[in-house]
Design a binder for this molecule. Structure first.
Ligand SMILES: [Zn+2]
Length: 237
């Protein structure tokens, strides 16, 4: 019953979102049937936020090898070109590569985005915590993130969001807007790293699935709002 209520609320914000099971069946099916990819030899990488709440979402695809974890706070691929190269070198012989990426956002049954009930907690908490913290700081016009060794990922995430600051602050739903902006940042970085590391891949095709993970209550299926599914041909880059 609860799952059905969430379904209605999630789709109010993300009409195209699918639950975890439908997402995995839909996209693994596409890879296999439309693109002739042998699912038994696919290594997956993820670029999603470190948050413990995302662990079940990455098991959408637990029939695949991996994951090679590229993401840090917010889901940015902090492992960079070295991480992309390592991932490429780990692909099974005659196998294939799949990268699942994107930010996450919590939702409550009251339809509040950016919040969720976490396991065994009475009150709602932020989700994504890193993004909601960035949002509260960017709301202060005088704020500037300062890169430093002791809080590198958060500062880098906030710095990457600076070009989107006005767009986010002018939006009707700032929590959703900062999540959309972060999707763009991750999507761009993943494409850049693949392009700069393309000669490291022992295969010609890399499958990408990017979008927004929507966290519901603990124990219920998460949702995924796909923004990009593509089978990249590395030869044409
Ligand atoms: Zn997060």
């Amino acid at each position: 019953m609860l799952q059905r209520k969430f379904d209605r609320i999630v789709k109010g914000f993300f009409p195209e979102a699918m639950d975890a099971k439908d997402t995995s069946i839909h996209y693994l099916g596409k890879m296999q049937i439309e693109h002739g990819i042998d699912i038994s030899k696919v290594l997956m990488a993820t670029s999603v936020c470190s948050d413990d709440i995302n662990v079940p979402s990455t098991t959408f695809f637990n029939v695949l090898f991996g994951p090679f974890i590229m993401g840090g706070l917010g889901g940015l691929p902090f492992v960079g070109q070295t991480g992309m190269t390592a991932f490429a070198h780990h692909i099974p012989d005659d196998g294939s590569a799949f990268i699942f990426y994107g930010p996450h956002i919590g939702i409550t049954l009251d339809g509040e985005l950016g919040k969720m009930y976490r396991p065994r907690q009475e009150d709602t908490g932020n989700s994504c915590g890193a993004l909601m913290l960035a949002l509260s700081r960017l709301q202060d016009q005088g704020y500037r993130p300062i890169l430093n060794d002791d809080d590198y990922q958060q500062m880098k995430l906030e710095e990457s969001l600076l070009p989107y600051r006005e767009e986010v602050l002018n939006s009707d739903n700032q929590a959703k807007a900062i999540t959309d902006a972060t999707y763009d940042i991750i999507d761009k970085k993943i494409h850049e790293h693949i392009k700069s590391c393309k000669d490291e891949f022992p295969v010609d095709k890399v499958t990408l699935l990017g979008g927004i993970i929507i966290n519901t209550d603990y124990g219920l299926d998460d949702y995924f709002d796909a923004r990009n599914f593509e089978v990249m041909d590395l030869k044409s880059l």
